[in-house]
Design a protein around this ligand. Structure first.
Ligand SMILES: Nc1ncnc2c1ncn2[C@@H]1O[C@H](COP(=O)(O)OP(=O)(O)OP(=O)(O)O)[C@@H](O)[C@H]1O
Ligand SMILES: [Mg+2]
Length: 237
């Protein structure tokens, strides 16, 4: 088996000196693919993402990016290595304009990032239209576009999204999924948490169900959609 492009491998750990939240949890994404993490509230999905991004200490296990052990790097060092992360909450600067948010996203770049900004505006045309508006004035779906756009500004080699469709209507959700698939097709593998489990599994090359900080089910999106136990417990039958 080849090593996935990004892997949080058998991670155990929690917040500060608190109890372990993750218990040997593994999540990963391969080049050219979309990997999806689903599971009940409080299962540790966000914690697993934060562990992969270096926002909490893992007591055991490792994080590797393109074969390199990055377990002990800070989040900012991981961004420099090519990781983009959109957290579940507080993922935009609400008092700044859309364009300022994108500029903030490019904070590690010393080169001219106007091409990347043009690409983000091409992917999310509404952001170009609203580029001089405060991001906090935008709708939920548009804010999520700002957050994803901001993460794209570093030209990441892999993108991690924690509930990119939270709080948006089904139509907006479909649109966001289409844009996410489009990003994946440009060659950026995507590791994302989703609460819309059925729709997420439909677009997932690889999928993980986490329960209480552990891997409960792993497979292709299709396999998990067809798994009677997954259907009964997580997809409403
Ligand atoms: N900053 C924190 N400090 C301490 N404990 C935390 C912190 N964030 C989350 N937890 C705890 O970790 C556990 C897992 O939470 P986490 O946010 O990872 O779950 P989740 O699967 O992302 O849930 P949701 O679907 O609601 O987003 C919960 O028991 C939660 O209370
Ligand atoms: Mg979460």
């Amino acid at each position: 088996m080849t090593e996935p492009f990004l892997i949080g491998d058998t991670m155990t750990g929690g917040y500060g000196k608190g109890p372990d939240i993750l218990h040997g949890c593994t999540i990963a994404v391969e080049k050219g693919e979309i990997a999806v993490i689903v599971g009940p509230n409080g299962a540790g999905k966000s914690t697993a993402m934060k562990a992969v991004f270096g926002m909490l200490n893992v007591n055991s296990g490792a994080v590797r990016l393109d074969g390199e052990d990055i377990t002990h790097l800070t989040p900012q060092q991981r961004v420099v290595k090519g990781m983009g992360f959109v957290p579940q909450t507080s993922n935009i600067f609400t008092s700044m304009t859309v364009e300022e948010n994108l500029e903030m996203g490019a904070f590690i770049r010393r080169d001219d990032f106007s091409d990347t900004m043009a690409q983000v505006y091409e992917l999310f045309p509404i952001l170009k239209e609203k580029r001089h508006q405060a991001a906090g004035e935008l709708s939920g779906g548009q804010r999520q576009q700002v957050a994803v756009g901001r993460a794209l500004m570093t030209k990441p080699k892999v993108l991690m999204l924690d509930e990119p469709t939270a709080g948006v209507s089904p139509i907006v959700m479909d649109e966001l999924f289409d844009r996410i698939i489009e990003v994946a097709r440009t060659g950026i593998p995507i590791l994302m948490v989703e609460q819309n489990a059925r729709q997420a599994l439909e677009i997932a090359d690889k999928a993980y169900v986490l329960v209480q900080g552990r891997n409960a089910h792993t497979g292709t999106g299709k396999q998990l959609l067809a798994d009677p136990e997954v259907r009964r417990s997580f997809l409403g039958g």
